[in-house]
Design a protein around this ligand. Structure first.
Ligand code: 5RP
Length: 218
């Protein structure tokens, strides 16, 4: 099975976790895009969604799913999103699509975080690929120097402006032994908006799409 087919299968499998008459948090990316299409097929059964990005909102509108302003929502039943990497503790690296800050906010707020991935996203130790960090543009150089002090090699994601008007640094070669501690350290650098380590707010359930079907971790 091709990676796209695996993503589609897990996007549709996530429908099982949607309760009727609830508001659902929606992540960003190609796997989530399959989930949005699937959600469209039961849109009359839910109240609506809160979106983590402009890109997801565009697709949600096309599918005809009502989008709510997060500031008016008290109760987010479930948050559905994918990840760039996930370890056996359900800690993740996210932000490949640059939407990490709003994703982190919705993940924090939701009662349950369901992570939908294809099996290529599973890693023994986080840090196989780059670690995205959203930064305030005027602090980019300061934050980059601090990330070098922490052992990483930051690379400016040229031409990318996040939905919040900020920049992204992709940090290579980061040694992520203690993901929670590194998440706190990077978050504490002035100018950092958020870091793509999701260790404090991990996934609660992981649906893994494999060539032999969907595996569930919880
Ligand atoms: C976006 C993300 C995505 O969840 C992550 O990049 C995975 O994307 P895809 O489903 O396209 O593989 O964190 O900011």
């Amino acid at each position: 099975m091709k990676q796209d087919e695996l993503k589609k299968a897990v996007g549709w499998a996530a429908l099982k976790y949607i309760k009727f008459n609830t508001i659902i948090g929606i992540g960003t990316g190609s796997t989530v895009s399959y989930f949005i299409n699937a959600l469209g097929s039961i849109k009359e059964k839910i109240i609506g969604v809160v979106s983590s990005s402009k890109n997801s909102s565009i697709q949600l509108k096309k599918v005809g799913i009502p989008i709510y302003n997060f500031n008016n929502i008290d109760n987010l039943d479930v948050y559905i999103d994918s990840a760039d990497e996930i370890d056996k503790y359900m800690q993740m690296i996210k932000g490949g699509g640059g939407a990490l800050t709003q994703e982190k906010i919705l993940a924090f707020a939701a009662k349950q975080f369901i992570c939908i991935i294809d099996s290529s996203k599973q890693v023994d130790i986080l840090g196989r690929g780059p670690l995205p960090v959203e930064v305030i543009p005027m602090a980019r150089s300061l934050v980059a120097k601090e990330l070098i002090r922490l052992g990483g090699l930051p690379e400016y994601r040229y031409g990318v402006v996040t939905d919040n008007g900020n920049s992204i640094l992709d940090v290579h070669n980061m040694n992520i032994i203690n993901a929670s501690l590194l998440e706190e350290r990077i978050n504490n650098i002035p100018g950092v908006v958020s870091v793509g380590i999701f260790a404090h707010r991990k996934a609660d359930v992981v649906l893994i799409s494999t060539k032999n079907g969907i595996k569930v971790l919880n």
